[in-house]
Design a protein around this ligand. Structure first.
Ligand code: C2E
Ligand code: MG
Ligand code: MG
Ligand code: MG
Length: 289
C-alpha cells in the first residue's frame, strides 16, 4: 500500500537533510577524539594601531585539521562543541595553548603584546572559571595583562556570565573585550555594570561603510561612546583602503582585518616576529625594514 502524503512526515525527510545530519553526527564523533589526537590548531590574526600600524595584539582563532575533511573553521565545529559540552575540553586547550604560545614568543624576544582568546558562554557555567584561568596563567607563566578574553554582547545576557566573575578576572589583571559589538541583544546599561576594556565593532558594520550612511553613523557613534566610557575600540573585518580611511578619519584606535593580515599559522607569525621583516599594512607582505 502506498502511504498518503501529509500525515506521517516521512515525505519531509529529504536526502539533503539526511546528509547534513550524517555529517554532523560524524563530526561530533570525530570531535570527541580531536583534542587527544592533537588535531586542533590555533591561527593568529594580528591587530594594529591605526596610523602607526604597529602591532598591538593578536587574536587566537581555533582551527581543526580534520584527518579527511581538511582544515575546518570554527563556524563548523564550535556550535557542535557547544551543543555536546566538548567546548569545555576545547576551550581549555585553546586557552592553554594561546597562553603557552604567547609566553614562548615573549621569552624568545617577540613583541610584548597580549593574546585574545574567544570564550563560549558555556565556559562560564564551569563554576571554577576564574580559578582555572589563574591556573593556566601560572602553568604557562604568562602574565595576566597579556591575556584578553573576548565575550560577545549576547553572552552578557546569560545569567552565568556574571559581572562578579568578570570583576574577579579584571582584578586579577585579565582584560575583557566585547566581541561582535552592535549585533547582540544586550542593553547599554551592561556597559557600565561590567568591567569591559574594549569594544570590537562587528564587521557587518564595516563591510559597506564607504557607501552606507547608517553604518557610518553607527560606527562613529560606537567609537565616540567607547571614548567617553574610557574603553578602547577596535574595528574588525577591514578589507579595503576605503574602510581603513573612514576608520582613521573617525579616530578608531585599532584595526583588524584581511587588509592587514589574515589569521596566520603560528609558524608564519614567528616568521614575522623573528626575522628582520615586519608586517606591512598590505596583508600578504612582510616588508623588510
Ligand atoms: P570572531 O571572534 O568575531 O573572529 C573574527 C572572525 O572574522 C574570524 O573568523 C576571522 O578569520 C574573520 N575575519 C577577520 N578579518 C576578516 C576580514 O577582514 N574579512 C572577513 N570576511 N573575515 C575576517 P573565524 O576564525 O572563522 O572565526 C569565527 C568565529 O568562531 C569567531 O568570530 C569566534 O566567535 C569563533 N571562534 C574562533 N575561535 C574560537 C575559540 O577558540 N573558542 C570559541 N569559543 N570560539 C571561537
Ligand atoms: Mg573574536
Ligand atoms: Mg568578532
Ligand atoms: Mg565577528
Amino acid at each position: 500500500e502506498v502511504k498518503k502524503n501529509g500525515k506521517n512526515g516521512h515525505q519531509f525527510f529529504s536526502p539533503v537533510l539526511d546528509e547534513q545530519l550524517l555529517l554532523k553526527i560524524e563530526l561530533e564523533s570525530d570531535l570527541r577524539k580531536a583534542v587527544q589526537r592533537q588535531e586542533l590548531e590555533l591561527y593568529y590574526q594580528p591587530q594594529f594601531q591605526t596610523g602607526s600600524y604597529s602591532m598591538i595584539g593578536i587574536e587566537a582563532l581555533v582551527r581543526w585539521r580534520h584527518p579527511t575533511k581538511g582544515l575546518l573553521s570554527p563556524g563548523v565545529f564550535i556550535p557542535i562543541a557547544e551543543e555536546t559540552g566538548l567546548i569545555y575540553e576545547i576551550g581549555t586547550w585553546t586557552l592553554h595553548e594561546a597562553c603557552r604560545q604567547m609566553k614562548e614568543w615573549h621569552l624568545a624576544g617577540g613583541p610584548l603584546i597580549p593574546v585574545s582568546v574567544n570564550l563560549s558562554s558555556r565556559q562560564f557555567h564551569q563554576s571554577n572559571l576564574v580559578a582555572y584561568i589563574r591556573e593556566i596563567l601560572q602553568e604557562t607563566g604568562l602574565e595576566p595583562q597579556y591575556l584578553e578574553l573576548e565575550i560577545t554582547e549576547s553572552m552578557m545576557m546569560d545569567a552565568a556570565v556574571s559581572a562578579e566573575i568578570l570583576r574577579e578576572l579584571d582584578e586579577f589583571g585579565v582584560k575583557i573585550s566585547l566581541d561582535d559589538f552592535g549585533t547582540g541583544y544586550s542593553s547599554l546599561s551592561y556597559l557600565k555594570q561590567f568591567p569591559i576594556h574594549k569594544l570590537k565593532i562587528d564587521r557587518s558594520f564595516i563591510s559597506d561603510i564607504t557607501r552606507n550612511a547608517s553604518d557610518q553613523a553607527i560606527v562613529a557613534t560606537i567609537i565616540s561612546m567607547a571614548k567617553h566610557l574610557n574603553m578602547e575600540v577596535i574595528a574588525e573585518g577591514i578589507e579595503t583602503k576605503g574602510q581603513l580611511d573612514f576608520l582613521t578619519e573617525n579616530s578608531c584606535q585599532e584595526i583588524q582585518g584581511y587588509y592587514f593580515s589574515r589569521p596566520l599559522p603560528a609558524q608564519e607569525v614567528e616568521a614575522a616576529f623573528f626575522t628582520p621583516y615586519r608586517l606591512d599594512h598590505t596583508w600578504t607582505t612582510f616588508r623588510e625594514v
